[in-house]
Write a protein that binds this ligand. Structure first.
Ligand code: ADP
Ligand code: DXP
Length: 512
C-alpha cells in the first residue's frame, strides 16, 4: 500500500503526517523546540534542534513504514516563512534561526517604509515592508552584527538548511523566495537592486526552484543511519500558508482559508497575482501559475495563551494538575459572558501587528474598561479582539476588485473549539466551514507532493478526501447584527488609536 509523508517545519514544532493516498492517516508526530524570546524583539531558534526534530520524526515514521510493510511513495515539505540563518562557506550556521516573529529589524523596516522606494519595493516583491522580511532582517544583521554579516558566505531559511543537511540540495522554493522581500515576482528572479539594498550578492542565496521540483537520495551516512529508502522521491514543497489552503481544500478565489494557530492569516489561492493598492496584503508565487494572496496576523491564538497565562495563572495550574485542557476550561468560562463582554473592547496587538496595520510598534489595549469588568470579561474581550482584527483583514479582501471570497474554511488550534467556530461565523457574518483534519499545512504538503508525483488526477477530489468531513457553522442573525454594530465602533477606535501607541513603544524600549 502506498503512503505519502508530509513534513511541516513550524515555528514551535515540526509535525509529520503519514497518509494513505485515500486520506487515511497511518502515523503522525509532533516534535517541539523552544522559541528563544528572552530579549525584547528576539524570536530565535536553534537550527540543530529543528534538524533533530525532523530526523527523529523521520526515523519514527520509517519504523512504522517498515513494521506495516508499506511503500513510501514520497516525502514533501512545508515550512514557516521568513526565517533567516547566516552560514559560513561550508554551510555551517553562524547565527541561530531568526524566525518571522523576530522584530529586531523594526527600525530597518520603518526606514525602508519612509524611503522613496517603499512603494516600488512592494510592487516588485509583493511583500509588505515589515521586520519579518529577509530584506529588513539582513539590513539589521549588517548593522547590529557586522562581523557575522561579513563572515557569512550564504543566507537561507529553515527549509533550505534542512534540505541541505538531509539531501545536500541547496535550493529555495519560489513561495519561500517570494516572502523574502528580495524576489522580483514579475522577472521571477532575485532582484539585483534589492539585493544591493540588503548588501548581499545573488551567489549568497540558494537558487530558486519550483515548489513541484522533485529529487531523491539522502546523504549516504544519514540514509544508512535512518535506513532511508534511497529511491523515494522528495518534493521541494512550499511555505506553510499556501499549503494550508491546499490542505483545507480552499483551492479557488471564492474560498478563503482562515488559519488561527499561534499567529493567524486569511489567504486566497489565485491564478493571477494581485497587489493591494495600500500594500496591506502579500502576494506570493506558489508555482509559475499559482499565487497566494494573504493577510497574515501576529496576534492569533497567542493572545488566548496570554489571557490564560496572565489572567488565569492559578486556575491554569489547577486545571493542568487535574489533567484538563486549560484552553477548554477557559473557553467554558468565556462562554458564560455575553457577546461584546459588556462593552469592553480589546485591541489585540500584544506582538505588534502585520495585517491590517503593518506596524511592528503598535501595542495592545483595552477600551471601555469599568469598575465592574472581571477577568472573564477581559478574556472574552481578548478573544473577540483577535476575531475583530481578523475581520478587518477580511474587509480588505471584500473591498478588493480581484475577488470577494464567499466562504471561509477554518484550521489551526482555534478550530478545535465549537464555541470559537460559531463566534467566528457570528463576528464575520459569514458561514465558516471546518474540515475534520485541521493539520492543514502537513496535508497541503502531502497534496502538493501527490500532484507533483502524479499520484492524483484530481487535486480538488484528493483535497476533499484528505481534509475529511466538513461541518458548516452559519452565523446567528441576532449575534451577527450586534457584532456588526460593535465592529463599526472597533474600527473607528482603531483608526484613532492606531499608530499612536508607537511613542509608548519607544518609551518601553528604553526600559527593556
Ligand atoms: P501553531 O501555530 O504553533 O502550530 P496551533 O495551530 O496548535 O499552533 O494553535 C495553538 C493555539 O490554539 C493556542 O495558542 C491556543 O490559542 C489555541 N488552542 C489550543 N488548544 C485549544 C483548544 N482546545 N480550543 C481552542 N483553542 C485552542
Ligand atoms: C506563523 C506564520 C508563519 C508563516 C508566515 O505566520 O508560519 O509562514 O508567513 P506569512 O507569509 O503567512 O506571513
Amino acid at each position: 500500500m502506498n503512503v505519502m509523508l508530509g513534513i511541516d517545519i513550524g515555528t514551535t514544532s515540526t509535525k509529520g503526517l503519514l497518509c494513505r493516498t485515500n486520506g487515511q492517516i497511518v502515523a503522525q508526530f509532533n516534535h517541539s523546540y523552544p522559541l528563544q524570546q528572552s530579549v525584547a524583539g528576539t524570536a530565535e531558534e536553534n537550527p540543530q534542534a529543528i534538524l533533530m526534530a525532523v530526523t527523529s520524526g523521520l526515523q519514527a515514521i520509517l519504523r512504522t513504514v517498515q513494521q506495516q510493510q508499506l511503500t513510501l511513495a514520497g516525502l514533501s515539505f512545508s515550512s514557516a516563512n521568513q526565517s533567516l540563518i547566516a552560514l559560513d562557506n561550508l554551510h555551517r550556521p553562524l547565527t541561530n534561526l531568526l524566525t518571522w516573529a523576530d522584530t529586531r529589524a523594526a527600525p530597518a523596516a520603518a526606514k525602508l517604509k519612509k524611503s522613496e522606494f517603499a512603494d516600488e519595493l512592494y510592487q516588485r516583491t509583493g511583500t509588505p515592508l515589515h521586520p519579518m522580511s529577509l530584506l529588513a532582517k539582513l539590513i539589521w544583521l549588517k548593522t547590529s552584527q557586522p562581523k557575522i554579516f561579513k563572515q557569512a558566505t550564504y543566507f537561507c531559511g529553515i527549509k533550505e538548511y534542512i534540505l541541505w543537511k538531509l539531501f545536500g540540495k541547496w535550493q529555495m522554493d519560489i513561495s519561500i523566495a517570494s516572502g523574502t522581500g528580495l524576489f522580483n515576482w514579475q522577472q521571477q528572479n532575485w532582484d539585483p537592486e534589492i539585493l544591493a539594498i540588503a548588501g548581499i550578492q545573488e551567489s549568497q542565496l540558494p537558487p530558486i526552484v519550483d515548489s513541484y521540483t522533485t529529487f531523491s537520495k539522502m546523504r549516504p551516512d544519514l540514509a544508512t543511519k535512518l535506513n532511508w529508502p534511497q529511491a523515494t522521491p522528495i518534493v521541494q514543497g512550499a511555505f506553510d500558508g499556501a499549503l494550508a489552503n491546499l490542505g483545507v481544500n480552499a483551492l479557488d478565489s471564492k474560498t478563503a482559508a482562515l488559519s488561527i494557530g499561534t499567529s493567524a492569516a486569511i489567504r486566497l489561492l489565485s491564478k493571477q497575482p494581485a497587489l493591494d493598492p495600500q500594500g496591506r496584503l502579500f502576494c506570493y508565487a506558489v508555482s509559475q501559475q499559482q499565487w497566494v494572496i494573504g493577510g497574515p496576523v501576529n496576534n492569533g491564538g497567542i493572545v488566548l495563551r496570554w489571557a490564560l497565562e496572565k489572567l488565569f495563572t492559578n486556575e491554569k495550574i489547577i486545571w493542568e494538575k487535574a489533567g484538563a485542557d486549560p484552553y477548554e476550561q477557559l473557553l467554558q468560562i468565556i462562554q458564560t459572558i455575553p457577546a461584546g463582554a459588556n462593552g469592553l473592547l480589546f485591541f489585540p496587538f500584544l506582538n505588534g501587528e502585520r495585517a491590517p496595520l503593518w506596524d511592528a510598534d503598535i501595542r495592545a489595549s483595552f477600551i471601555g474598561l469599568t469598575q465592574t469588568h472581571s477577568r472573564a470579561e477581559m478574556a472574552r474581550a481578548a478573544v473577540e479582539g483577535i476575531i475583530f482584527n481578523l475581520r478587518s483583514v477580511w474587509e480588505i479582501f471584500n473591498n478588493h476588485s480581484f475577488s470577494q471570497p464567499k466562504q471561509l474554511v477554518l484550521s489551526g488550534g482555534f478550530a478545535k473549539s465549537p464555541f470559537l467556530r460559531q463566534l467566528i461565523a457570528d463576528i464575520f457574518n459569514c458561514p465558516v466551514q471546518v474540515p475534520a483534519q485541521i493539520e492543514a499545512s502537513c496535508l497541503g504538503a502531502i497534496l502538493l507532493g501527490m500532484d507533483a508525483l502524479g499520484l492524483t488526477d484530481d487535486l480538488a477530489q484528493s483535497a476533499a478526501a484528505l481534509s475529511g468531513t466538513v461541518t458548516t457553522y452559519q452565523p446567528n442573525p441576532a449575534a451577527a447584527k450586534s457584532y456588526t454594530e460593535l465592529f463599526t465602533i472597533y474600527q473607528r477606535l482603531q483608526d484613532h488609536l492606531g499608530h499612536e501607541t508607537t511613542a509608548l513603544t519607544a518609551w518601553q524600549r528604553k526600559f527593556n
